[in-house]
Design a protein around this ligand. Structure first.
Ligand SMILES: *Cc1c(COP(=O)(O)O)cnc(C)c1O
Length: 250
């Protein structure tokens, strides 16, 4: 078995165990494989193990990779049961990248301001289906992280709900890093409570995108419906600072 196949199996087992521990049905938890910095061959390795949802952070890297993956998928012998890949954008959004994002992704998890939402909505007019979106919330009030404040989330949700080519599905967060399970759960509970508040205010949401390699058990315990896992599937990432700068200045 390849390392990616073995890792994927281990992550699926972690999700299943976490679900059992809190009496949840594991099939209600979607595993998003975060493939940023890894190439199309790594994605195909996971795809062969029936992983179909992939998360990306960097627009140009992702657009090139999606095209390469599509070509490889078409050349793979099918077992009559092949699945379509589904791409989720989870990184910070620059307004000049909204068209590429709207045209290449199925989901966007990282909307944190109305201007970005409006631009994604306008750019999605070329596709027949709405873009599935989550609002990113800065639950730890961290300067270094994107996301709207919990206080401003309802107003943003109301504005996004009016955009016909976006389908608001839920909330996403990247909690402050912590090795302490109780602390991890407290952060995840903030997002869950916020989703409940929005639901009570009349905004129907079905998605909580939270939990990564280090805290997916805490996230599942607090109701995560999408966990975004990179390192535990693909291994540690190399620094990509020069590539990042290239993309920003592109
Ligand atoms: C990179 C990234 C992940 C995956 O993190 P790991 O710790 O490697 O599992 C999840 N969510 C977001 C938003 C990311 O940028």
């Amino acid at each position: 078995m390849s390392p990616i196949a073995a890792n994927l199996q281990a992550v699926r087992q972690r999700i299943a165990d976490a679900a059992v521990a809190c009496n949840r049905d594991a099939s209600t938890i979607c595993l998003l494989a975060v493939s940023k910095t890894f190439d199309a061959h790594a994605v195909i390795e996971a795809y062969k193990c029936r992983q179909t949802a992939f998360g990306e952070n960097y627009v140009q890297e992702a657009v090139d990779k999606i095209a390469a993956v599509n070509t490889l998928v078409e050349s793979e012998p099918t077992d009559g049961d092949s699945h379509r890949t589904e791409w989720h954008f989870i990184g910070p959004i620059q307004t000049n990248k909204t068209r590429l994002i709207a045209e290449n992704f199925d989901w966007v998890h990282s909307i944190d301001r109305i201007k970005v939402a409006e631009r994604l909505d306008a750019a999605r007019s070329s596709l027949p289906t709405p873009l599935q979106v989550c609002i990113q919330v800065n639950i730890g009030d961290e300067q270094t992280k994107g996301g709207v404040s919990p206080e401003d989330t309802l107003a943003l949700a109301r504005s996004i709900s009016k955009l016909s080519r976006l389908k608001l599905r839920g909330l996403m967060a990247i909690p402050p890093a912590s090795d302490d399970r109780a602390q991890q759960r407290r952060y995840c509970a903030i997002l869950r409570d916020l989703k409940d508040d929005l639901t009570a205010a009349g905004i129907a949401l079905d998605t909580l995108s939270m939990g990564m390699s280090g805290d997916l058990e805490a996230a599942v315990a607090e109701g995560a419906t999408i966990v975004r896992v990179g390192t535990a599937i693909f291994g540690p990432r190399a620094a990509r600072s020069s590539k990042r700068i290239e993309e920003i200045t592109r």
